[in-house]
Write a protein of this length. Structure first.
Length: 381
């Protein structure tokens, strides 16, 4: 009976992660349609996307307080409904101003749900005695991929974003909410009186910095891996497009197997192995700069970045100085910051020194990951 309860809890958390990823994937897959319908330039699109990021970052500490006060599980479920509603709202925006406002709300609900569902995942791990956080993050990646595929299908069928979001978004939301609607007693009443937007301190600052090293590289891979293959190695368009797929595939693979690895060798050793994989990936990519070496290097980078974020969130959730959701929110702020700053940092450095040199900076982050690995040692209880 206890095992069935833990399985139901893990299934519910997995449903939240897959839904969160799917909703974002649905939005991302139709960005070109929004760009064309509103006549946005590249700069205009970049500017409006900042509203999504801003909404997410501002929501993190608020979500942490609410989750600790009212319970991560119920808060995650309510935010899931809000995020799905905001996705449909995006397709109803008639102009740039309303799109920017709705993107802010979509980003806020998405980021807040991220904090709440990670807190719920930490509760599920503690209740079952298992380390499933990497698996939940892998399921998020799968959900994002399936959400994006719904966009590809919608484009092939000449379907509008509104119809796609209503049909696909509603279907996946109903199914996920059905899976997540289980009795679950989250810890409540943990909220502390503190600054509304506190920066992490002490060990959590180092945990956040470790997370930042990984997500900066992850963000850089999303926007620059295809460009590197095309411009530096001379790969054709089709091969260049496969670069991020190679990165994503190994990231999902290591997250699915990460629970076993962490259980056997512990988070510190797993982080050191992750840093070694990331460093190997950078060396292969930058030193040889051939299509084949770069594809292998990107696969190694996926192995290197896959486990750091879920392990960092688990460490934050078990911190003894703060309630779990507030601790996760603080680390998430630096994590999301790395994802946002990665692409422009690589772009600025590429403009000044060349893209190959810019990618070399990721080696320094991999070395820093190796040095910071001990911060993921579980805190004394």
């Amino acid at each position: 009976m206890v095992g069935q309860k833990h399985l139901a809890g893990a299934t519910a958390v997995a449903a939240m992660f897959s839904l969160n990823g799917a909703l974002l994937g649905m939005w991302a897959s139709r960005i070109p349609a929004f760009k064309d319908s509103l006549g946005l330039s590249h700069a205009g699109l970049g500017l409006v996307l900042l509203f999504l990021a801003g909404g997410a970052i501002l929501s993190f500490p608020v979500a942490g307080r609410i989750s600790d006060r009212h319970g991560a599980a119920p808060v995650a479920r309510w935010l899931a409904l809000a995020n799905a509603a905001c996705l449909i709202g995006l397709a109803l925006c008639p102009n740039l101003a309303t799109l920017a406002l709705m993107l802010f709300l979509f980003g806020a609900s998405h980021g807040a749900m991220d904090v709440a569902m990670n807190a719920w995942a930490a509760e599920s791990d503690r209740a079952s005695g298992k380390t499933l956080m990497p698996v939940f993050h892998a399921i998020w990646s799968v959900g994002a991929g399936l959400g994006a595929m719904s966009g590809v299908t919608a484009v092939a069928l000449s379907t509008s974003p509104l119809l796609q979001y209503v049909v696909a978004g509603t279907a996946v939301t109903i199914f996920s909410m059905w899976c997540a609607h289980i009795p679950w007693q989250s810890r409540t009443g943990q909220s502390q009186s503190a600054a509304m937007f506190p920066l992490p301190k002490g060990p959590l600052l180092l945990v956040g910095l470790l997370c930042f090293c990984s997500t900066l590289g992850e963000g850089a891979m999303a926007d620059w891996s295809a460009v590197f293959l095309s411009d530096v190695t001379g790969a054709g368009e089709g091969l260049a497009a496969s670069g991020y797929a190679a990165f994503s595939a190994t990231m999902i693979l290591v997250r699915l197997s990460g629970a076993f690895l962490i259980r056997v060798i512990g988070p510190v050793a797993a982080t050191r192995i992750s840093g070694g994989f990331a460093l190997t990936g950078v060396v292969l990519t930058v030193s040889f700069a051939t299509p084949s070496a770069t594809l292998i290097g990107l696969a190694f980078l996926g192995l290197g970045y896959g486990l750091v974020v879920p392990m960092a969130f688990s460490r934050a959730a078990n911190d003894t100085s703060l309630p779990q959701a507030q601790a996760i929110a603080q680390v998430a702020t630096l994590s999301y910051g790395g994802m946002l700053i990665g692409p422009p940092v690589i772009g600025f450095m590429a403009a000044a020194f060349g893209l190959r040199t810019a990618f070399g900076v990721l080696a320094l982050l991999a070395l820093l990951t190796l040095l910071l690995a001990t911060v993921l040692r579980p805190p004394p209880q």
